[in-house]
Ligand binder design. Sequence first.
Ligand code: SF4
Length: 414
Amino acid sequence: MGRPVAPANRPPTRSVHHLYVHVPFCRGRCDYCDFFSLAVDPGAAAGAQLLDRYLDALLAELELERQRLGLRRLRTVFLGGGTPSLLGVPRLERLLRALEPLLTPAAEVTVETNPEDVDSAYAAWAAGRGLRVSLGVQSFDRDLRRTLGRSTAADPLAAMALLREAGCANRGVDLIYGIPTQDMAALARDLAVVCHLRPEHVSWYELSVEPGTPLATRLADGDVERGARSTERGDDGEGAADRAAEMQRAIVRRLERAGYRWYEVSNYALAGRQCRHNSAVWRGEQYVGLGPAAVSTLGEHRRRNLPDVEQYLRVLAWPAGGASAGAPPREEEVLSAPVRARERLLLAARTGARVPLTEVAPVLERAAVPSLVRAGLVGEAGGTLWITRKGRMVANAVCVRLFRDSYVKGTTCR
Ligand code: SF4
């Protein structure tokens, strides 16, 4: 990774058009999750107070960044988590009102939403605001959600129906494949539901069992049958990889037949409905992140707010008298040329975008390219390189071969 540097308050030379807002709270923790979030009950007095304080701090950080970066032409905003919908409509509305003057007229605003937060009032608010709603489903099969240690209290089908009836015109569903015990028949049932619901966008990621998560422990203890699940870290057996590839091929085939475009390794969209925020990040555009654990990439600088809610709240509390709040605790680094080249190639591998060979030369294993081209996994022409459709099916393996040895570690494009 890049060289750590002292905090740099120099504004970037180019405008920043993309904003990510992290909401690090969930009703409960899912067994497979290793994202930074805390369990909170928004209905309890202490939970509500924490969420109110958090929103105050977020707005303070937004104001700091507005002044520092001159934010005023945001093309996309992504509220992610955690569970942003857990903030509830009044707090979300307060946040959107603060963002409104900074947005371009056709800005895309996404709110990651969990089914248990969707009632008719939430759906009407999201539709009225013209939001892009990304619904965390994981699987429409209740037993598979239970296997993931995810709440089964709410019905994602009911949430989708409420959003549709309210007139929400940009709905996405987030799903997982390779869940323990999930076989091809179970995957086909999820595919059938998705094609019937026809959301504008589908994200469908392979389950990655992260060390230290409750799911990893349950699998190790034999409390959950591995069944037909696909890969997990450290298990690179051919059988597991084959099953994962078979599931992904089935997803791509079925969704393309239904009219979706496979525009990123794990993402599919109806015409014109790609997620503009994530697409900008994958193109390597600058973005700023707010909230604990949020990442910003500003020119050659990468910045990460520390994953510490209490410290974040303390530092960003507006002092009496209207003096401005301090910046949240964070670490910063300057991205070296090889790190930038490596990221460029990894991001391009996700979408099949062409990259100039000169830009990725510092990390590229040039000798590996001809055989990958012959295998139909990589294309090369006019001084550019790209990962083909066939290559995207096995993008991680292709990237591992494309990188020089010293840049292979940590290579993943999912
Ligand atoms: S709701 Fe999402 S962010 Fe929260 S614990 Fe579950 S998977 Fe993680």
